[in-house]
Design a protein around this ligand. Structure first.
Ligand code: NAP
Ligand code: GCO
Length: 265
């Protein structure tokens, strides 16, 4: 049974994985045996990421690459294939959010979120699929969100992107399942990372951020998720243990989607 979860001999590309959820997922894949390759927008962050991987005992390879730039992504994948090997596992993790009411959001701001959170996973998946097809297997894991299912104020672009990413996941699964390629999503709940730091800031009077209290009340686990809560689900979807799981979005949310929310006392 343990072998089903082994990633020995596999090469995993995790996008935007200098820190946060991407780093936690890459660390988990490495601990299961995978060789880790990651990218980030700036050399500074790639270097910081390499130092963090080294501190965790992981010999990762980092690239500066903007995932919205198709030429840059294709060049990065080509270099990985030439210097390291065919990518067996792609984790489309890189993402941004802009929390702006629609009436105040510019079309350009909307497009920027769609570009990183939806267009880029398409670009990255398109770049790795041909070699996966030739090799006769592959795993693509798209990092979706609660907002693949639910909306909330100020995140229209993000929800539209993550909803689209859910359907892109199902479509890749549909189109490439016959080549023994599985494409699934992970839908994290509310995870404590830099992306959600503004929602958890302690208030000037020392009280919890209202959104922090809101999420605690909406989560049966009554806590924010930790990036490491995604480790097991990521290894499962990256390994042979999930070879007949395809087009599925695995929500790792502490139960938010199942729960109406804590009733007032
Ligand atoms: P984060 O802390 O903001 O990290 C995002 C990473 O993506 C950063 O390393 C960032 O690089 C990189 N990135 C952004 N745009 C990029 C681009 N164009 N090209 C390459 N890299 C880029 O976010 P996170 O909380 O770890 O979230 C990671 C993923 O999980 C995202 O897709 C997010 O939507 C999703 N997610 C997060 C949560 C949560 O509660 N945190 C829940 C559900 C889903 P820079 O540092 O250079 O900007
Ligand atoms: C927000 C949060 C969420 C999380 C995540 C939840 O502003 O609502 O940032 O969007 O990032 O996507 O699953």
């Amino acid at each position: 049974m343990a072998n089903m979860f082994s990633l020995e001999g596999k090469i995993a590309l995790v996008t935007g994985a200098s820190y946060g959820i991407g780093f936690a997922i890459a660390k988990a894949l490495s601990e299961a045996g995978a060789k880790i390759v990651f990218n980030d927008l700036k050399q500074e962050f790639v270097d910081k990421g390499l130092a963090s991987y080294k501190e965790a005992g992981i010999d990762a390879t980092g690239f500066v690459c903007d995932v919205t730039d198709e030429n840059a992504v294709n060049a990065m994948v080509k270099k990985i294939e030439e210097e390291i090997g065919i990518i067996d596992i792609l984790v489309n993790n890189a993402g941004i959010i802009k929390r702006i009411p629609m009436t105040e959001m510019t079309a350009d701001e909307f497009r920027q979120v769609i570009d990183v959170d939806l267009n880029a996973p398409f670009i990255c998946a398109k770049a790795v699929l041909p070699s996966m097809i030739k090799k006769g297997h592959g795993k693509i894991i798209n990092i979706c969100s609660m907002m693949s299912e639910l909306g909330r104020e100020t995140v229209s672009a993000y929800a539209a992107a993550k909803g689209g990413l859910k359907m892109l996941t199902k479509n890749i699964a549909s189109e490439y399942g016959e080549f023994n390629i599985q494409c699934n999503g992970i839908g994290p709940g509310y995870i404590a990372t830099p992306q959600t730091a503004p929602l958890r800031e302690t208030q000037p009077d020392g009280s919890r951020h209202p959104f922090d209290s809101f999420i605690i009340a909406k989560t049966p686990a009554a806590r924010w998720g930790d990036p490491d809560d995604l480790a097991g689900p990521a290894v499962f979807l990256a390994s042979d243990a999930s070879n007949f799981v395809n087009g599925h979005i695995l929500y790792v949310d502490g139960g938010i989607l199942a729960y109406i929310g804590k009733q007032p006392k």
